[in-house]
Design a protein around this ligand. Structure first.
Ligand code: AMP
Ligand code: FE
Ligand code: FE
Ligand code: ZN
Length: 288
């Protein structure tokens, strides 16, 4: 039983349509796949239709942008984190409204980054919008693709290492709610909150264990320990921390189509963990 609980489509920053991601998941030999686009559930209907057509089970999810706020060395730190939400009610107003707020903030932020980039590169917002699925959650990957089309960089990864890096002069942050509030909102919407790639230092600063403990107190259900952005030592540490805090352990690919080297099923989640997630979530897993 192969279960991959973290993928992206053109509803956010993946390169394939939601139905294509699900079809490719079936072709990759997966029995269960979750679609977890950033801050949106727009891909769910297309993914559900493809799940039925391709005889693969679908977990409806999302990856929510948030920030952990904590004290370290006498200073208040704000670290960007991602909280996966599984099987929540998409009609829950507080959660849906917060996603909408983040998507709007991301759109505004992308336009501001394009304004800054346009001082040095011939990027054009209308050209980027034309290459973006209407209503999609916009992120730096969409700007990276524009830079690739212009020949400024060879691929998304190169863009993230240079002009789109969080330390670059073209970088602009965007609004995101506090992670403890996100965890509570997901629970109130009947969802199952799992901390995505909690130790992925390649993406920027990460949070100390006591922040994860606070999130667990707020209702966090699991840690995505098995992820390509973690070293073997980090995986061991997270598995131990999850055991200590009574959290589930998941593993996933974080597939983005052609936009990232991550391959479907490269990390997977145990069937008994999915059972627990399904027990906790308000929606059912779609099984054909
Ligand atoms: P943003 O949320 O707009 O700040 O952009 C971050 C997103 O870009 C993440 O969710 C990843 O999906 C993607 N990303 C981060 N690093 C890379 C990379 N090196 N190559 C491709 N995509 C990346
Ligand atoms: Fe992404
Ligand atoms: Fe993420
Ligand atoms: Zn992701």
């Amino acid at each position: 039983m192969l279960i991959d609980l973290h993928t992206h489509s053109t509803a956010s920053d993946g390169t394939d349509a939601p139905g294509q991601v699900v079809a490719d998941a079936a072709a990759a030999g997966l029995d269960v796949v979750a679609l977890t686009d950033h801050d949106t559930v727009a891909g769910w209907p297309d993914a559900a239709a493809a799940a039925r057509a391709n005889r693969i089970a679908l977990v409806r999810g999302a990856e929510l942008s948030a920030q952990a706020v904590f004290e370290a060395e006498g200073r208040e730190r704000h670290v960007s984190v991602h909280i996966l939400s599984y099987l929540h009610d998409p009609a829950d107003a507080p959660l849906a409204q917060e996603c909408e707020r983040v998507r709007t903030a991301r759109l505004d932020r992308a336009r501001r980054m394009v304004d800054l980039l346009a001082r040095d590169y011939p990027v054009d917002w209308d050209e980027i919008a034309a290459h973006t699925e209407p209503g999609a959650t916009v992120g730096r990957p969409h700007l990276a693709d524009a830079l690739v089309r212009l020949g400024v960089v060879p691929d998304r990864s190169a863009a993230f290492e240079t002009v789109l890096h969080a330390g670059s002069p073209y970088y602009v942050p965007h609004y995101a709610p506090r992670a403890v509030d996100t965890v509570r909102r997901v629970r109130e919407a009947g969802g199952v909150p799992v901390f995505a790639h909690p130790a992925a230092s390649v993406r920027g600063r990460t949070v100390p264990d006591d922040v994860i403990e606070e999130l667990a107190d707020a209702g966090l259900a699991g840690l995505e320990a098995h992820h390509r952005d973690h070293t073997p030592d980090q995986v061991d540490h997270l598995v131990g921390l999850a055991a200590r805090l009574g959290l589930l352990v998941t593993g996933s690919s974080d597939y983005h189509g052609a936009g990232k080297p991550n391959r479907l099923a490269e990390n997977t989640t145990a069937p008994e963990v999915l059972e627990r997630i399904e027990d906790m979530g308000t929606l059912a897993v779609i099984r054909s």
